[in-house]
Design a protein around this ligand. Structure first.
Ligand SMILES: [Zn+2]
Length: 292
């Protein structure tokens, strides 16, 4: 079986061809050009898929809230204009005459971690990804918990600072305004304008910049506040954390130590581990959806 898999993110579309066991022949990526809107993105995807006429199925992961049963976008924010309501499954099944599955990118990443990553050994874990915002998902008894409206796991909008910074969701003081990568880099740039990405920040820290190390410590504290709430609510075996900054062992170690120190003793055996599949987790995840 040849599956065309793609992960449509706000900045990149990653795609590749795999068999049903997640053995990718190759993967590539291209710019999403998301500001051109939902219809443009779907046309772009169609043009890519047309180059592979022998595929048997299409598996997609995408930014936005997704109705995975019917394969359409429930809601997408201003990062991808005119994407809300896009009936991706219907459009692509009509055009290519193969089965199409569509899943939200964070859910796809969790399914990837569960089926192909280090999280495979856990039946109960929480996945959190720290990027532009903070996304997450919940696995209970080996099943993805979706919630009644299929949008569970909006960890970025738990409130950690009442009356704090205003957020795109309409509330104030949301977790992602303080603990996302965006929040970290914003603070870092106040000290060193070159810290526009995580790699540069850690390069400066490794070169001995104490002030930036202090900013990293403060940010880890913000991350920890959210994780403590999550651990106390779910009592998971593990929290799997992803996102570029969490590729850095230093960040994961600081967060892990602090969480274990601050949670109630009966929760302290929780493991904090980094995502083992990194930014490919979503691509792996959608492959296993095709088997269901
Ligand atoms: Zn919010």
């Amino acid at each position: 079986m040849q599956i065309f898999a793609a992960d449509i993110g706000g900045t990149k579309i990653k795609y590749g061809i795999s068999d049903e066991k997640g053995n990718f022949a190759w993967t590539k990526e291209t710019d999403t050009e998301s500001k051109k809107g939902g219809s443009y993105i779907i046309r772009k995807l169609e043009t890519i898929i047309e180059d592979y006429p022998t595929i048997n199925a299409i598996s997609l992961s995408t930014a936005g809230q997704v109705n995975h049963k019917d394969g359409y976008i429930i809601y997408a924010n201003e990062n991808i204009p005119q994407y809300t309501g896009m009936r991706i499954k219907d459009i692509l099944e009509k055009k290519f005459q193969v089965p199409v599955v569509v899943e939200n990118d964070v859910n796809a990443a969790i399914i990837g971690e569960k089926n192909f990553g280090d999280a495979a050994k856990y039946d109960n874990f929480i996945f959190l990804t720290f990027g532009t915002g903070i996304g997450g998902g919940i696995v209970i008894d080996s099943q993805l918990y979706r919630g009644v409206n299929k949008v569970a796991g909006e960890f970025g909008h738990i409130i950690t600072h009442p009356n704090g910074l205003s957020c795109s969701c309409g509330n104030s003081g949301c977790y992602e305004r303080y603990a996302s990568t965006t929040a970290l880099l914003k603070e870092a740039q106040k000290v060193n304008s070159q810290c526009t990405n995580g790699e540069k920040l850690f390069e400066e820290i490794n070169n001995g910049d104490r002030e930036l190390l202090g900013i990293l410590d403060n940010w880890c504290q913000e991350v920890v506040v959210g994780l403590i709430n999550v651990v106390h609510i779910f009592n998971p075996e593990a929290i799997v954390i992803g996102g570029g900054i969490m590729e850095q062992k230093l960040a994961v170690r600081k967060v892990s130590e602090k969480v274990k120190e601050l949670v109630m003793p009966s929760f302290a055996n929780v493991k904090i581990i980094k995502s083992s599949l990194g930014n490919k987790a979503g691509l792996y995840g959608v492959i296993s959806l095709q088997e269901l």
